[in-house]
Write a protein that binds this ligand. Structure first.
Ligand code: CO
Length: 134
């Protein structure tokens, strides 16, 4: 079990083109592609920041988790993702410690990663994703 790095910082928004202009054209980050994640009802847009990414989350509709987040909180920071080795062991350890997770088991996320979210109520207010290459 090991935390390897910050995988990505995810920002929810409805205007990926405006974000692309900022991150790619003005700040000069490399845009590394978009990928729909059907299970979460979002399209992810990735910009490389060294070994990590900024991940823009664009909801596919108002009833999706990110769509609801935007209605409730407006655009902004959505979650922080840590890449780990030993995801299933972390899930077990978190459950044993009584930490609240958003799902019972990891799901498939973007980039072929298995992911699970730790509830903000268990983290001091930040939604935290743990992910592992599958
Ligand atoms: Co993520």
């Amino acid at each position: 079990m090991k935390i390897k790095k910050i995988s990505h910082v995810a920002i929810a928004g409805n205007d990926p083109e405006q974000s692309r202009i900022l991150y790619e054209d003005i700040l000069g980050l490399n845009f590394s592609g978009s990928e729909p994640v059907e299970s979460e009802g979002v399209t992810t847009h990735f910009f490389d920041v060294g070994e990590s990414n900024i991940e823009l989350l664009e909801p596919s509709g108002a009833a999706t988790p990110v769509g609801k987040f935007l209605n409730r909180s407006g655009p902004g920071l959505h979650h922080l993702a840590l890449e780990v080795e030993g995801l299933d062991d972390y899930v077990e350890k978190l459950k044993q410690a009584g930490i609240r997770l958003l799902s019972e088991e990891p799901k498939m996320g973007a980039h072929g990663m298995r992911i699970i979210f730790i509830h903000p109520r268990s983290t001091g207010g930040v939604l935290i994703e743990l992910c592992e290459k599958s």
